[in-house]
Design a protein around this ligand. Structure first.
Ligand SMILES: Cc1ncc(COP(=O)(O)O)c(C=O)c1O
Length: 332
């Protein structure tokens, strides 16, 4: 299938345009030189818009389209206190005139910062999970909304389901068209992978469009084996939603889980070094939780020769920059 045909197949899913697309491709010559290895470019999905930007805009294009199709009057989702997904869902809801309820992990912070601050600015109603898991809390709060007579559309953690993944299948079509028009080829793509929908969408788009390069996921929090299986399942579910006969297996998914450090959201030297290097060489902001870890992973894979010196690499910048402000003391 060619990119235009795939794009019209995706259009049949009633996406709701929300962001600034296509996002730019930029070369990173100074960072590439500093690493002494591959040529590195960045896909600026941190510039998608919606209360700063990030990868969730692309997923929400399809998720919000579905919410509107189902005549929902409120969207509800969940995440960590510094969830980029929550912030972008809240901004999308505001833009579409829908109510938004966010179920956030734990208890309210003493000092609202970063994403949580922006959630409040765009008018989200925040419910704290407290002692509950965010998954239980999401179900309970959605049930409470139904009991009030509302029609909630429930968006899972990270927006990663068979609808959300279509956003990054569409992104693959977008980037392949850009590569064609710029006469550029990337043999390796690197992306931060956490709830898995972004990488799953890229893998699905790659199968549909015959992209044969590597799609390297840097796991943010999950061990590799179950995570590869999960991403394969998401990609298969997205394919089946589009009526495509693809079944993905864990072997179709490349993940490095070497950078989990002390866990989700815990910054270490890996992220700190990436934040400062991207900032100082290219004026590019990466975040402490996702893109800092992914870029730190990319740098390490270059050092280890797992990404070879002659490779042409595209780093998907998936956003997350509001969290920089919440981590200020650990960054400096
Ligand atoms: C900035 C950023 N990058 C990457 C990811 C990972 O995307 P996914 O959850 O689709 O794997 C997320 C979301 O969790 C994110 O907020």
């Amino acid at each position: 299938m060619n990119a235009e045909e795939f794009q019209s197949l995706l259009e049949s899913q009633h996406p709701q345009p929300l962001g600034h697309l296509p996002t730019p491709l930029e070369s990173l010559p100074r960072l590439s030189e500093r690493l002494g290895g591959p040529t590195i470019w960045v896909k600026r999905d941190d510039l998608t818009g919606l209360a700063t930007g990030g990868n969730k805009v692309r997923k929400l294009t399809f998720l919000m389209g579905e919410a509107l199709r189902q005549h929902a009057d409120v969207v509800i989702t969940t995440g960590a206190q510094q969830s980029n997904h929550a912030r972008q869902t809240a901004a999308a809801a505001a833009k579409l005139g829908l109510r938004c309820v966010l179920v956030l992990r734990g208890d309210p912070p003493a000092d609202p910062q970063g994403n949580y601050l922006l959630d409040r600015v765009v008018g989200a109603e925040v419910r704290w999970a407290g002692e509950r898991t965010i998954f239980d809390a999401l179900e309970q709060e959605a049930a409470a909304l139904r009991a009030e007579g509302a029609h909630p559309y429930v968006i899972p953690y990270g927006g990663s389901n068979e609808v959300g993944v279509l956003g990054y299948a569409a992104a693959m079509a977008e980037v392949l068209l850009q590569m064609r028009s710029l006469v550029l080829y990337f043999d390796t793509m690197v992306v931060a992978s956490s709830s898995g929908g972004t990488q799953a969408g890229l893998v699905l788009g790659a199968r549909a469009l015959d992209y044969d390069g590597r799609i390297v996921g840097i796991s943010i929090a999950e061990p590799a084996a179950p995570f590869r299986a999960h991403i394969a399942e998401l990609a298969s579910a997205g394919a089946s939603r589009l009526g495509l006969p693809y079944a993905f297996a864990p072997d179709d998914v490349e993940v490095y889980a070497d950078y989990l450090g002390s866990g989700y959201g815990v910054m270490s030297n890996l992220e700190r070094e990436a934040i400062h290097l991207a900032g100082r060489t290219e004026g590019l902001l990466v975040d402490p939780v996702y893109t800092g870890r992914a870029l730190g992973g990319l740098m390490d894979l270059v050092r280890r020769g797992e990404i070879r010196a002659g490779a042409r690499v595209l780093f998907w910048h998936t956003g997350g920059t509001p969290a920089l402000f919440a981590y200020a003391p650990q960054i400096l």
